[in-house]
Write a protein that binds this ligand. Structure first.
Ligand code: DGY
Length: 322
């Protein structure tokens, strides 16, 4: 290749990341952070050798088929890659990478915040304070559920799940998990393995979802499985909305068959999320900010750049997923 490879960056990245990218590549930046349509991306990448997108840009099979032949890589600024059809990319010979590890701490913090927020009714409390509706203190006022000593079920004991387990141990929570296979390394410690999702759900007080969205996990938390949770149970999701059947979760929250939910990710985000979540008092809601710390966003960018450097140096990138 003559000259520096051209990289189409679909969203505004941290300044330090854009500076580092410009040291080795010819970036096409999006300083206004406008959300591009697929057609705009396809037009903009006519002159590019690689794309550095976020999960907000979708590369389905039809889009990948239309990518110019010179596109060598999609180096995602995300750990989740459900927005990219990996099979289609592999077939076209486009390398796909993600940014694992570097966002596990930040995402685990948000999982803990959601657990606490949902258990202790933090959203309700905040709304009362902001609306100046606090009239009285009483022993019955805003009584929630205590996390300390409860059983935490981790659905998907991967990188983030392990950090959540470590943080939750600080609350004396007993850790339970489900993966396809039991893990035998140190990160899992004394956690109890459940061979089925159903068995996990029947044995926990808090469920925290950490499995990626895929054809296998779409709608995994459906009405039948939610019915296995007890009335005081709390559901937390920092992974992807697609893992949850929204109608079923909203119905369970409405009827009181579970106690509360803390959610950071949704089907149809940002503007078409299930309206039921907003209407309920027993939901604690955040706008997909699991990885949103300065440290983590820089680290995600550097990791995406390192993957691009490897690819254009003819090496295997560390985080290849297709
Ligand atoms: C991720 O990295 O997958 C986060 O959800 C942000 O895209």
């Amino acid at each position: 290749m003559t000259g520096r490879p051209v990289v189409l960056v679909t969203r505004k990245l941290p300044d330090a990341v854009e500076r580092r990218l410009a040291e080795q590549f010819e970036p096409i930046l999006n300083p206004d952070d406008r959300l591009y349509t697929t057609e705009e991306i396809l037009r903009a990448c006519e002159d590019a050798d690689a794309i550095l997108p976020c999960h907000t840009e979708h590369f389905d099979a039809a889009t990948i088929a239309r990518l110019p032949a010179r596109i060598r890589a999609i180096a995602n600024f995300s750990v989740g890659v459900d927005h990219v059809d990996l099979e289609a990319a592999a077939q076209k010979g486009v390398i796909v990478t993600n940014t694992p590890d570097v966002l596990s701490d930040a995402t685990a913090e948000i999982a803990m915040l959601l657990m606490l927020g949902a258990a202790r009714r933090a959203g309700e409390g905040e709304r009362i304070m902001r609306r100046q509706e606090w009239r009285d203190w009483s022993p019955a006022f805003m009584v929630g559920r205590q996390l300390t000593g409860k059983r935490l079920g981790i659905l998907g004991m991967g990188r983030v799940g392990r950090v959540v387990a470590a943080r939750a141990r600080g609350f004396d929570m007993a850790i339970h998990y489900h993966n396809r296979n039991p893990l035998d390394d140190d990160g899992v410690g004394d956690a109890t393995y459940h061979a089925s999702v159903e068995d996990l759900l029947s044995n926990v007080d808090v469920l925290s979802i950490h499995c990626p969205a895929s054809a296998q996990t779409r709608g995994l938390l459906d009405a039948e499985r939610i019915a296995l949770l007890h009335r005081d149970a709390i559901v937390v999701n920092t992974s992807r909305g697609a893992v949850v059947d929204d109608d079923a979760l909203v119905a369970a929250l409405e009827s009181g068959s579970i106690a509360a939910a803390g959610l950071d990710v949704y089907n149809g985000e940002p503007d078409r999320i299930h309206p039921g979540y907003r209407q309920l008092d027993n939901t604690f809601l955040l706008p997909h900010i699991g990885s949103a710390t300065r440290e983590t966003r820089d680290a995600m960018g550097y990791r995406a750049i390192a993957n691009l450097v490897a690819i254009f140096d003819g090496e295997e990138p560390r985080d290849r997923v297709a």
